[in-house]
Write a protein that binds this ligand. Structure first.
Ligand SMILES: CC(C)(COP(=O)(O)OP(=O)(O)OC[C@H]1O[C@@H](n2cnc3c(N)ncnc32)[C@H](O)[C@@H]1OP(=O)(O)O)[C@@H](O)C(=O)NCCC(=O)NCCS
Length: 187
C-alpha cells in the first residue's frame, strides 16, 4: 500500500470502503467511463458492494491494487487501479507466462477514471503521476503500462502528463503507453 496521503492536488489515495458503493455505481453508469473502459455486466448497487468486498482479496492475492481518489472531505471522486499480469491470463499457459513475467519483472497495468465532479482540475494526472512514482520505487515494480483507445484524448493526456510515453499498439488497436523505472534508480 502506498503511504496515506499520496494523492495530488488536495486528494488522497485510500482503500475502497462500503460507503463508496454509490460512487462506484455512478461511475459504472457514466457515459465517459462506459465509452472507454470495460465495466462489469452487473452494475447494480449490490454488485458494487460485492466488488468492494473483494478489494482486499484481490490485493493480497497480488492481482490488483484498486484505490479510491478521495477529495478533501474523504469522498470518492475517482479511482486509480493497478492490475498485474496474473490477473489477465485465462488459460493455464497464459497464467504461466503471466506468473513468469510478474516474477521476472513485476510489470503492472494502470487504469483510472474520475467522476464528472472530479474532472478538469488535474486530479487524474497528478494522482497517476504520484502513484506511478511510488509503484516504481517502494512498490517494487520495474515498469508500468496503460492501454488507451486512440480516440480517448483526455486519457492520453493523463498518461502523458504522468510521464508515460507511447510504446506501441495493442492487437485490439489500443495505444500502449509505458513508464519504466530509470536504470539504477527510482522513477
Ligand atoms: C480520463 C479522465 C480521468 C481525465 O480527466 P481530466 O480531469 O481531464 O484529467 P486531468 O486530471 O488530467 O485534468 C486535466 C484537466 O484539468 C485542468 N487542470 C487544471 N489544473 C491542472 C494541473 N495543475 N495539471 C494538469 N491539469 C490541470 C486541465 O486544464 C484539464 O482541463 P481541460 O481539459 O478542461 O483543459 C476523465 O476524462 C475520465 O474519467 N474519463 C472516463 C474514464 C476513462 O477514460 N478512463 C481511462 C481509460 S484508459
Amino acid at each position: 500500500m502506498p503511504p496515506g496521503g499520496l494523492g495530488g492536488r488536495g486528494t488522497t489515495l485510500r482503500p475502497w470502503q462500503d460507503r463508496d458503493a454509490p460512487a462506484l455505481v455512478e461511475a459504472w453508469a457514466d457515459p465517459e467511463v462506459t465509452a472507454w473502459s470495460r465495466g462489469p455486466d452487473d452494475r447494480t448497487l449490490p454488485a458494487a458492494q460485492r466488488w468492494i468486498e473483494g478489494w482486499d482479496e484481490r490485493r493480497t492475492a497480488g492481482l490488483a491494487l484498486d484505490l479510491v481518489i478521495a477529495d478533501p472531505a474523504d469522498e470518492c471522486v475517482g479511482e486509480v487501479g493497478l492490475t498485474t499480469p496474473a490477473a489477465h491470463g485465462t488459460t493455464a499457459r497464459q497464467r504461466g507466462q503471466a506468473d513468469e513475467a510478474a516474477t521476472a519483472g513485476r510489470v503492472g497495468l494502470l487504469g483510472w477514471w474520475l467522476l464528472p465532479r472530479g474532472r478538469g482540475r488535474g486530479l487524474a494526472s497528478s494522482t497517476v503521476a504520484g502513484f506511478s512514482v511510488w509503484l516504481l520505487g517502494d512498490g517494487g515494480f520495474s515498469a508500468l503500462g496503460a492501454a488507451i483507445h486512440p480516440d480517448n484524448e483526455r486519457s492520453i493526456l493523463v498518461a502523458e502528463r504522468a510521464g508515460f510515453r507511447r510504446s506501441g499498439t495493442a492487437p485490439g488497436g489500443e495505444l500502449v503507453f509505458r513508464l519504466a523505472r530509470p536504470q539504477g534508480g527510482r522513477a
